[in-house]
Design a protein around this ligand. Structure first.
Ligand SMILES: [Zn+2]
Length: 163
């Protein structure tokens, strides 16, 4: 099948590529779109939203978790922007819908989600800790960060440095 650009689109598959010094992983490519057009499409979304939410510091991707501070059931524009941020963090292997081996908050409603469908786990403990500090510190719940299917890792007090 031909892509809209006139090139052979190639089969549908998951692809990875680099853009702006970042690795975009497990990107779903369909059989109507060539890899170059997929890259362009994702790069445009990254330029519009991604640069608000991630930056590179000392060679590591850092996330502005404070953007996730407001409870996501607010105005539609805010929700859709946050959903974009979430998807971009998934592309960059910072968040994952796979829980096993990744880090999640308990209680569960503190985790990042897109509407009623996908719920996300943190792939790096450092991000979970920062999210805990920036987003969950003032929550009344006594939360913990769990490495899924392992023992409890960090308590709220531990993360906030109260003990
Ligand atoms: Zn194309």
């Amino acid at each position: 099948m031909l892509c809209k650009c006139g090139q052979e689109a190639g089969e549908s598959q998951f692809v990875s590529f680099e853009y702006a010094g970042l690795k975009f992983s497990h990107m779903a490519k369909d059989s109507n779109t060539c890899l170059e057009c997929l890259k362009k499409e994702k790069a445009a979304i990254f330029e519009k939203y991604g640069r608000d939410v991630v930056f590179i510091k000392d060679g590591r991707i850092k996330v502005k978790w404070e953007l996730f501070k407001e409870y996501p059931f607010g105005d539609e524009a805010e929700i859709s922007k946050r959903n974009r941020y979430t998807r971009i963090l998934e592309w960059l292997s910072i968040l994952s819908t796979r829980r096993s081996g990744n880090f999640v908050f308990e209680p569960d409603h503190l985790n990042i989600r897109i509407a009623y469908t996908a719920k996300y786990a943190f792939m790096r403990l450092a991000d979970a800790i920062e999210y805990g500090r920036l987003v969950c510190a003032n929550r009344p719940e006594n939360w913990v960060i769990n490495l899924v299917f392992e023992k409890t890792l960090l308590s709220k007090e531990g993360v906030l440095g109260l003990t």
